[in-house]
Design a protein around this ligand. Structure first.
Ligand code: AGP
Length: 614
């Protein structure tokens, strides 16, 4: 998964803006980086393996100036992260430069074909083939757009492309198929990029490019077309393009670190506001009501997502059952095929994805929509693929989340999904008006509980993170606590690189307790629906486990053993508040453990913010 950007401007040097955009895209991939500039009758290319700060320091790119420039930050799929494999890639003539996010599945046969016709393919990448295919169209006398459309007709797989041509130095061509791509339409400057934060230095007027669309931008113009097959295309009327313009609320500051050392800690501290904005945005939202009514009439409800979004979906499953008496089936997106046979026109899918671009989640939605399912999307990005492919979209309003770890988007998903469960309970008649009102009042306190949790738990989390020497740990919970433990363990794994296993506390005595010996860390994530979890703490402590109980301060547990108790903010037994009270400790523990060990919490190894490949 990679990040691409292109800016063309009549307002001066765009190279610094492209480099800033690449910094905001680095969470999408960061094993190599590069830029291509148009001007002086040719193209200038600078690229290297490694991260952008090293690239800027060593390549001389910061001394370059151009009015049209494309850039790329890479998460290697085809070919190791080397200078040669870094994007941009060019054709034989060096007149066409391409940056790409996606995977061309028929790469091998295309490469063989092109080399058979004499092309010199110098890298291991699938992307370079696109430049050579365009070159063939140009050499055959086609205009650039025709050559591009012809090249696209040969590609199988996914792509978001930005392309420059030395003979049209003020244009950037683009195309999209199943990899995110947006346009930024400014005044005398236009941009194309993988996502919104990268273009905020140019404009906040954004158009989301749809699959099968292509076009070009210059400083004063933007043209959009739709592929019609076999290299053909038709123009999208300008008035339709204009109608698709959205003014994003995000500001450049929102997409910057704003003085924090890392995006992750900034976004942890932004959680109270994100939860508040999401709640305020949703509590009067008709779409939430509509979604509840659709769910109430479903014969089956599938809840699908990946990673943290899947964990948020589990919390919906919990409250749909507890508050509405409705059964839902939570499904890990990559396992969706197992359940396709049970999907029909009476099935409703709740698809959770903060980016709205996760490949597995989108494939689930597409496969099930083809079988007649109704899709309710829950996402943070207006205009994302999930947004566009859902029958109803419920937006979290957490602002751009740049850190690879999902933090503020997770708690924002929780508040939205809990609200949906309350509305569902009302529609189902399981919740009376007074009970529903009481629950809404509880939910309105979630931002404050979150703020208190961050403030109270950070010193504890930081001390624990610095004190722990690594190794494995269990994070045990029962009921809601188990679903929260799954998210807690993911954070510890992906950010602190420590093996943390979430497990149902009651199940741990059926085998896993065998691992518990003296000093083995066992977190007990205790929620008020399961005070019996105290028994599990006692069992673990009796075997020498280093037991740490994280619980709301007003939840009393009969522990009676040597166990450290971390009191998170009180919740008055309100389960809907307990994710906001208990999760921040684990987010902060993961962050401080990473920093203490010298890892970069914003760019954890092997990970990308959004997994747009299979
Ligand atoms: C969570 O910290 C990870 N970044 C990852 O598991 C993420 O939640 C997952 O890839 C799903 O992303 P999405 O919400 O954009 O679909």
């Amino acid at each position: 998964m990679c990040g691409i950007i292109g800016i063309t401007s009549a307002r001066g040097n765009v190279v610094p803006l492209v480099l800033e955009g690449l910094r905001r895209l680095e969470y999408r991939g960061y094993d190599s980086v590069g830029v291509a500039l148009a001007g002086g009758g040719g193209l200038t290319i600078k690229k290297a393996a490694g991260r952008i700060d090293d690239f800027v320091r060593t390549s001389g790119v910061a001394r370059l100036s151009a009015s049209t420039c494309i850039g790329h930050t890479r998460w290697a799929t085809h070919g190791p992260p080397t200078n040669v494999n870094a994007h941009p890639h060019t054709d034989c003539s060096g007149r066409v430069a391409v940056v790409h996010n996606g995977v061309i599945r028929n790469y091998a046969s295309l490469r063989e074909e092109l080399e058979g016709r004499g092309h010199r393919i110098v890298s291991d990448t699938d992307t370079e083939l696109v430049a050579h295919l365009i070159e063939e169209g140009l050499s055959g006398g086609l205009g650039f757009l025709d050559a591009l459309a012809r090249a696209l007709s040969r590609l199988e797989g996914s792509y978001a492309l930005a392309i420059i041509h030395s003979r049209e130095p003020d244009r950037i061509y683009f195309a999209r198929m199943r990899s995110p791509l947006i346009l930024g339409l400014g005044e005398g400057a236009n941009a194309v990029a993988s996502d919104i934060p990268a273009v905020l230095t140019v404009t906040r007027r954004v158009v989301v490019i749809a699959d099968g669309e292509l076009g070009w931008i210059s400083p004063w113009e933007a043209r959009l077309y739709k592929l019609t097959g076999n290299g053909g295309y038709m123009e999208v009327p300008l008035e339709e393009v204009e109608a698709r313009v959205k003014l994003v609320e995000w500001t450049p500051e929102a997409a910057s670190k704003a003085g924090y050392p890392h995006y992750m800690i900034k976004e942890i501290y932004e959680q109270p506001q994100a939860v508040l904005d999401t709640f305020n945005g949703a509590v009067e939202e008709e779409d939430v009501e509509r979604a509840a009514e659709v769910l109430a009439s479903a014969s089956k409800i599938l809840v699908v997502g990946a990673g943290t979004s899947f964990h948020a979906g589990l919390v919906f499953t919990y409250f749909a059952s507890r508050l509405a008496g409705v059964m839902t089936l939570p499904i890990v997106a990559s396992e969706h095929k197992v359940y396709t046979p049970i999907v029909d026109e009476n099935t409703v899918v709740v698809a959770v994805s903060q980016s709205g671009e996760t490949y597995d989640t989108l494939e689930s939605v597409r496969e099930w929509a083809e079988r007649g399912a109704t899709i309710i999307g829950v996402t943070n990005v207006v205009g994302s693929s999930l947004d566009r492919e859902s029958n109803i979209t419920l937006y979290i309003r957490s602002g751009p989340e740049i850190g690879v770890a999902a933090t503020k988007t997770y708690l924002s998903q929780i508040i939205l999904l809990e609200l949906l469960a309350v509305r569902l309970g009302e529609v189902m008649g399981a919740l009376g008006r007074s009970e529903a009102s009481r629950l809404l009042e509880s939910l309105s306190r979630a931002p404050e509980v979150t703020r208190k949790a961050i403030t109270a738990m950070e010193p504890l989390a930081k001390a624990d993170a610095r004190g722990d020497v690594g190794g494995s740990m269990y994070i045990l919970g029962r009921g809601l606590g188990y679903f929260l433990a799954k998210e807690a363990s993911l954070k510890v794994k992906e950010i602190a690189y420590m093996h943390a296993e979430a497990y149902p506390a009651g199940e741990s005595k059926h085998g896993p307790i065998a691992l518990v010996t003296r000093g083995f860390r066992v977190y007990i994530l205790a929620t008020s629906d399961s005070p019996e979890v105290a028994g599990n703490a006692i069992e673990m402590a009796a075997r020498g486990g280093d037991v740490v109980v994280v619980k709301p301060s007003d939840l009393s547990l009969e522990l009676g053993v040597k166990a450290r108790v971390l009191d998170a903010p009180p919740t008055g037994g309100d389960l809907v508040l307990e994710p906001f009270s208990l999760i921040p400790y684990f987010q902060l523990y993961s962050y401080h453990a990473a920093v203490f060990r010298g890892y970069d919490p914003d760019k954890p190894r092997n990970l990308a913010k959004t997994v747009t490949v299979e």
